[in-house]
Design a binder for this molecule. Sequence first.
Ligand SMILES: *[C@@H]1O[C@H](CO)[C@@H](O)[C@H](O)[C@H]1NC(C)=O
Length: 352
Amino acid sequence: MSIPRIASLQQQSISEVLTTSTTIATTSTNLPPIDKSANNNKTTQSSANIKKLLISNQILSKNNLTKQSLTTKYSQEASMSAQQNSPLDINQNTVNSFTSSINPPPPPLYIITPTYRRPEQLAELTRLGYTLKHVVNLYWLVIEDAEEPTPQVTKLLQKINVPFSHLVAQMPAKYRKNKVKPRGVSNRNRGLEWIRANASDGVLYFADDDNTYDVEIFDEMRYTKKVSMWPVGLITKFGVSSPIVKNGTVVGFYDGWIGGRKYPVDMASFSVSVRFLLSRPNASMPYKPGYEEDGFLKSLSPLKLTEIELLASNCTEILVWHTQSKKNPNAMSLDMGKYNNTNLVHLRNILV
Ligand SMILES: *[C@@H]1O[C@H](CO)[C@@H](O)[C@H](O)[C@H]1NC(C)=O
């Protein structure tokens, strides 16, 4: 007697899954694709191309998301059914999947990734991109310190197929001759500018391409009301950089280099709500090596230490690491006399 009921519930659940996938996809499509904030000719020019890319990327990702969520749901249900003999249990699983599928999508995450052309670039972006692919309702702002977006990077971003914008922002010439360069600052400020022009809610996070991320941190950070913080592993001789937490609030910071900073934290250790950023129209990152995080967080004032939301179970877990990768020498140039008409000609275009 229970069989027809299960069948019809499963039917219902499948059509709900379809509706939900569409909802998620629509939400990502609703993330603003048009860059209203472009303020120089080069960016404007490339953003016209980017708009085209973005649209096709989003169409692709819409189809893909639908297919992907469906496949996941189907295989989850299939494996649950396979494991369980009781029709009642199958029924319960179907109901669970039904109720979880009617929840609204979570707040959007805007991930700002500064990057620049170097031998490790494509490898690092590949690793980060496929991590971000596990996170729903995420928009990836990949911002190169370059004159023009690198075509190999654009191609990779399209292939990974996380909703993205590929922008450029060059370091001002006056800093380029410095021994210690303020790397990534122009890129991150460009990302902030994009968010101010295009976003109204959700959460922003600076995710450099040389870190390792447990996907759990993304789902924790997306409910940030003002500023959230958590530990980052593999930082300085201390092995970790973290807020010091006592009775649920920040009483200081543990970091191998304090340097007179109010916020001695790593770039990967905090997220900021978009609404909070918008309430601080002058907040930006200074071109001051070593003081980028501190300067940006100070520019968000007023912000009390007691207002900082502590993630990773009150900062008792490490969910992000500053892995870095070995610095590789630039590739030697190819002897075209010797290797013309071979595959190596194609590889040469990828190498830096
Ligand atoms: C964090 O600490 C506060 C205060 O001790 C406590 O109320 C809260 O439940 C803790 N949160 C987690 C996730 O452990």
